[in-house]
Design a protein around this ligand. Structure first.
Ligand SMILES: *[C@@H]1O[C@H](CO)[C@@H](O)[C@H](O)[C@H]1NC(C)=O
Ligand SMILES: *[C@@H]1O[C@H](CO)[C@@H](O)[C@H](O)[C@H]1NC(C)=O
Length: 268
């Protein structure tokens, strides 16, 4: 990953959380949904991102509901398809530009794909084992900053993944790097550590969904993946309900959501 450049300026008031505000798909830079600027726009914006409410997390146990699929929507409506997709060739790099990400949310960064089986505007994604993880970074003791989400600010709040080269053309949902706050809200002293360490419901997830059309001559279909909601449970002591400070080279961390799939099949 790239070295640090400069931090993305946003009003301090919203800096504690984050969302992806642009995506570089191959050579095309696409503006994604901005929950602070876009709702009031007239005419309505034409974006590839399913609408979400703000930069905050899906937490307090709500991550076992459909809010985990594409983040908490607006007006009680979650995971509503949008009418647009952006094209990207199989094998391309995809770079997510986060708003300035503060370094006090230790956890993994995970990216998933789901095949829309036709138009993404007619596909939910909230049911079935449709989510296939294509990239993950958890706790890597070989890195100067081992937790993936804490490395994010050291690389200009950007994160790069690759669309598998063999992937068959079609419409897909790219679920953005899902930064998970593995242990709960430890950045303020509002919650005692004892409490957060003993309640997996307090894990925070920052997901989002972008509709893409993959082009190219690939012939490989996505395999069966995991269900979201479903795969993330607050009593999961391996990935969610844990004390992040216990993780080390000798006590490795396993991100939730199973192994990663790519051009070489399942990788771990
Ligand atoms: C764990 O947190 C959830 C969500 O905040 C809460 O509803 C639940 O009562 C908590 N459980 C315990 C044992 O504290
Ligand atoms: C750093 O992030 C900003 C804001 O997203 C972006 O405009 C800029 O191109 C990025 N710089 C690099 C070197 O990626």
């Amino acid at each position: 990953m790239k070295a640090a450049f400069f931090s993305f300026a946003l009003p301090a008031v919203v800096s504690a959380h984050g969302f992806v505000q642009q995506i570089l798909l191959g050579n095309t830079l696409v503006d994604t949904w901005n929950p602070y600027k876009d709702p009031q726009k007239n005419p309505a914006v034409q974006k590839i991102t399913r609408v979400f409410k703000d930069n905050g997390p899906v937490t307090d146990g709500r991550f076992t509901s459909e809010e985990i699929t594409c983040n908490i929507g607006r007006d009680g409506k979650n995971n509503i398809p949008v009418a647009y997709t952006a094209s990207v060739a199989a094998g391309s790099a995809v770079k997510f530009y986060w708003t300035a990400w503060e370094s006090d949310h230790p956890g993994p960064i995970l990216t998933y794909l789901a095949n829309c089986q036709g138009e993404c505007s007619a596909f939910s994604g909230s049911t079935g084992n449709v989510w296939v993880k294509i990239d993950q970074a958890g706790y890597d003791p070989d890195e100067t900053v081992p937790w993936a989400s804490k490395r994010l600010p050291t690389q200009n709040s950007t994160w790069e993944v690759k669309i598998p080269s063999k992937l068959a053309p079609g419409n897909y949902i790219l679920r953005w790097p899902n930064v998970q706050h593995a242990e709960g809200r430890i950045r303020h002293e509002i919650l005692g550590l004892q409490r957060t360490n003993t309640n997996g419901s307090l894990a925070q997830f920052y997901p989002g969904c972008h509709q893409i059309t993959v082009t190219g001559s690939g012939t490989t279909q996505l395999p069966t993946g995991i269900a979201l909601p479903g795969a993330y449970q607050p009593d999961d002591k391996k990935s969610i309900f844990l004390e992040y400070r216990d993780i080390s080279a000798s006590n490795p961390y396993t991100p939730p959501g199973g192994p990663v799939w790519g051009d070489n099949g399942w990788e771990n």
